[in-house]
Design a protein around this ligand. Structure first.
Ligand SMILES: Cc1cc2nc3c(=O)[nH]c(=O)nc-3n(C[C@H](O)[C@H](O)[C@H](O)COP(=O)(O)O)c2cc1C
Length: 197
């Protein structure tokens, strides 16, 4: 069974980007994908800032990343890039910490001015960590992501559509990755049977 990690990179609470992330999680669950969440904000701050690789909280978080087949990562845009707290967490991952994984990046920002921040700032880091495939990024402005206690999350239709497309893309990529892995296992066992015959 494949699993997906929802990695929230905002230091704020409540957080628009985290709400968008959980919305993506709900859409994935509706397609039958199981997921778990990791909020970088919940990690021990000093250990994160000092890159304390041996800290129990950091080690548990790294294990969550290691176990996931796909990571959906969300961040606010801060100063034309992604959040520092997310960078601090990516810094404590091993060099191949995203090896073989599918990654879907999401961001929210105050305006359209920095809508490419995910592509020029975050995507190279995800690739450097070995991500197998980084899906097209999803970016929403604050005006496109609204929330109220009564109505919950209200998304601009264009963003809702981008998310639907991104979720379908991720789901299809996961299913095809799973089928390839099953085919490889089957052909390896046929080969073993032939060798033992
Ligand atoms: C310190 C700080 C820096 C920000 N820098 C930018 C920026 O450079 N470009 C932008 O479009 N929005 C910027 N914003 C606005 C946030 O990206 C935006 O409000 C975002 O939706 C916040 O997400 P969150 O609620 O998940 O933390 C900044 C906000 C803060 C607090």
């Amino acid at each position: 069974m494949t699993s997906i990690l929802l990695l929230a990179g905002s230091p704020s609470t409540p957080s628009r980007s985290t709400r968008l992330l959980h919305y993506v999680g709900e859409r994935l669950a509706a397609l039958g994908h199981r997921h778990q969440a990791l909020h970088v904000l919940d990690l021990p701050a000093r250990a994160l800032l000092q890159a304390d690789f041996g800290d129990a909280g950091i080690m548990a978080a790294k294990a969550q990343v290691a176990q996931a087949h796909a990571v959906v990562v969300s961040t606010p845009v801060y100063k034309a890039a992604y959040s520092g707290i997310l960078k601090a967490f990516l810094d404590v991952l091993p060099q191949d910490g995203l090896s073989g994984k599918l990654v879907l990046p999401l961001a929210t920002g105050g305006s359209q001015s920095h809508m490419l921040a995910l592509d020029y700032a975050l995507r190279p880091v995800l690739s450097a960590l070995g991500a197998r495939y980084v899906l097209p990024s999803i970016y929403a402005t604050d005006a496109q992501v609204n929330w109220s206690a009564g109505d919950g999350l209200a998304l601009d239709p264009a963003i809702a559509q981008r998310i639907a497309t991104g979720v379908e893309h991720l789901s299809a990529s996961l299913l095809s990755q799973r089928s390839s892995a099953q085919a490889e296992t089957a052909s390896a066992s046929v080969l073993r049977m032939r060798c033992n015959a």
